[in-house]
Design a protein around this ligand. Sequence first.
Ligand code: SAH
Length: 257
Amino acid sequence: MLLTAPPTAILSALAQEQNGLLALLQQPQQVRHAGRTFWQGHLQGQPVVLALSRIGKVAAATTTTALIERFGVQRIVFTGVAGGLGAGVKVGDVVVATDFLQHDLDVSPLFPRYEVPLYGQTRFVGDAALTALLFTAACGALAHEPETGRGGLVTQQFSGACVHQGLIASGDRFVSGAGESRLLQAALAVAGHEVLAVEMECAAVAQVCLDYGVPFAAVRTISDRADDSAHVDFSSFVEQVASRYAQAIIERFLMSL
Ligand code: SAH
């Protein structure tokens, strides 16, 4: 009997983040489930399922549960964009998550602010081995490759782009104001959380993955600074750049598995 390995799930929030990967998918097969489209196939010789989390924590939790229950995935990797919150986290940089928290979860004074009730924890950690592979893949993707002559992702527009590793905060809110992002950062810092980037899905995915014991890691490219021009920066980045980043990083990541 031929046993095929369980697939790796590649999750994104937006179609623009997924397009480049979908274009490379070998033997694509479309499955409709839970009001969503899942794409089964192969990338770099590996069995994969591509899926959209959709936007926000609840939608992301539904997609993650479906990937685990219905598709039996053995690991989940998220690739998408995020707002840069930490000092020095610029548009065009890449953040590989070490851990995740929900910045809009507050059951105080019953529980410490940001703690997820009944889990006894605030941060959910990414799988260390997958995270290390993603970090290497992201560094490789950004770098120019002298041996092949292939240019990296860093263009003049994002010269000096770099890869960071650290905490990502998720919440059901597009953070798009300099004042708001400062307040958010300060409130998190008071509670001891130095956040690099803000987005809307990964902490939910991490929580579901913890529940099921499925390894999870995430990479986010910075599309905006979560400030007053976030909506403009976000839209143009998503249209022009996001899918190239996802493609280059995930291809390298799958090769290294
Ligand atoms: N314009 C989109 C909505 C995008 S919401 C649409 O019409 O479909 C923003 C998405 O990008 C979310 O998936 C979130 O994870 C990420 N993101 C990027 N910048 C963000 C920011 N500043 N705050 C919160 N999420 C951000």
